[in-house]
Write a protein that binds this ligand. Structure first.
Ligand code: MLZ
Length: 445
């Protein structure tokens, strides 16, 4: 649970060092706090920070340089240590521990050099002046921006429509019960059909494509779970305002659009590491489609994707990008070809021009570390690595877990975060099982 205790045991700094990996920059995550401000943050920047290398009864501070950045975390070195890395330490940018140059003077704090500095510096003032010339520092309004960009418009108590995890082809009404870092704990209103304790709640980001305002299902023609009798008598809630939801881009549905029966490739909603052959089962309004993975349980497993979703792909996408296409059980992988498949199934391919091919580029590359939601257990934000990227898609691997847990997500997904996001927002981070002392990688339960 997000209140778990694994967080404190996991140290990103130590881990990155051990894995010799880099972390994706905050500027890669458009929905993340400070993404826009991140252009002012760079290696070499100077800050004022608590001096822990002093034996004085009161708190004193010193100037440090950013040696390395990893998501929201900065590796710092006090001025005076020069090339000596033995006192380097990680700090979080965003939690308020770091201050711009001039902060001590303004708030009457003492700047005192660390006691372990070996070199002989006769005049610290002169030394600092020299080091500070031309250096950049934190913008003065940095923490105001942190607070502003962490605001969430979705309020506790508001009602929404969200996918029913036990029956993914329909939605249910739920109430926002908690908000942490823009992630919502949603409690389903009607539990009349649920065995006690399973799927009473669901976590997703406020910009998740699975989340909709009340009334959305009937407006677009999506199935919604009819509330049981007792639900209607419960205390009333406020319906969330439709303005709080991320709207999918507008698609033109007239003159050439997806049609029932068309075949495509799609990320399997129940196995996000697999891209499969899929069928358009129904065209809803506003550009939404019900898509089913061929060979899966056709009724219950149909899933709603918007026509602009990154998760639906034109036939041939996998082959073109060297991704194994997951075939239905009755297809022979050695002889499969789309041409033959379409002919034999007497179906049409969804034309490539209907798919969203916008790709403005992104800063992710393989091996970069990040914090990512395990969308199969979406309360879990885990230590993860970008394994591959193919256009706008990223294949996310969860550190310490088998490859079968890997998940394809869009680079703009609101479910991936910079290193240090959990610490910044107070969400619980799931450490790799081996790093938290759990031993060998585990299989799915
Ligand atoms: N029930 C599963 C949880 C797996 C979570 C993996 N996240 C990457 C287990 O404990 O095996």
């Amino acid at each position: 649970a997000p209140d778990g205790t694994l967080t404190s045991a996991f140290d990103w700094g130590v881990y990155l060092d051990k894995e010799t990996s880099l972390a994706a920059s905050v500027s890669c995550f458009r929905h993340a706090p400070l993404c826009v401000q991140w252009e002012d943050i760079c290696v070499g920047m100077k800050v004022e920070v608590l001096n822990t290398n002093a034996v004085l009864p009161s708190k004193v501070y010193w100037i440090a340089s950013v040696i390395q950045l990893a998501g929201y975390k900065a590796l710092l070195r006090y001025e005076g240590f020069q090339h000596d890395s033995s006192h380097d330490f990680w700090c979080s940018l965003g939690t308020g521990e770091l201050n711009p140059i001039g902060w001590c003077a303004m708030t009457s704090k003492l700047l005192v050099p660390p006691q372990d500095v070996q070199q002989n510096i006769p005049d610290w003032k002169e030394y600092l002046m020299e080091k500070l010339v031309g250096a950049s520092t934190l913008p003065v309004d940095f923490y105001i921006k942190v607070a502003e960009s962490s605001k969430c418009s979705m309020k506790v108590g508001s009602r929404v429509e969200v996918v029913d995890p036990r029956h993914i082809s329909r939605t249910r009404v739920a109430t926002v019960d908690r908000v942490i870092g823009g992630r919502l704990r949603l409690v389903y209103q009607d539990l009349s059909d649920a065995p006690y304790n399973t799927f009473q709640d669901f976590w997703c980001h406020m910009h998740s494509p699975l989340l909709h305002p009340v009334g959305w299902s009937s407006a677009v023609g999506h199935t919604i779970k009819v509330p049981g009798k007792e639900t209607l008598n419960r205390k009333s809630h406020i319906d969330s305002s439709p303005f709080h939801f991320r709207r999918p881009r507008i698609v033109y549905m007239s003159g050439g659009f997806f049609e029932e029966g068309m075949k495509l490739e799609a990320i399997d909603p129940l196995n996000l590491g697999k891209i499969c052959i899929a069928t358009v089962h129904k065209v809803l309004l506003d550009g939404f489609l019900m898509v089913g993975i061929v060979g899966a349980d056709q009724g219950a497993d149909q899933f709603c994707y918007h026509a602009s979703s990154h998760a639906i792909l034109p036939p041939g996408f996998c082959e073109k990008n060297n991704i194994p296409l997951t075939l239905p059980p009755d297809c022979d992988p050695d002889t499969f070809s789309w041409e033959k498949y379409l002919q034999e199934s007497q179906s049409l391919r969804a034309p490539a021009m209907l798919f969203n091919t916008d790709y403005p580029g992104h800063g992710f590359s393989p091996n970069m570390k990040l914090e990512a939601v395990d969308l199969m257990e979406p309360q879990l934000v885990c230590v993860a690595t970008v394994r591959r990227h193919v256009g706008r898609l990223l294949l996310i691997h969860f550190d310490g877990w088998e490859d079968e847990f890997d998940q394809w997500v869009d680079h703009c997904s609101p479910d991936i975060y910079p290193v240090g996001w959990c610490e910044l927002t107070g969400y619980s981070l799931q450490a790799p099982p081996s790093a938290s002392g759990a031993g060998k990688p585990r299989l799915s339960l």
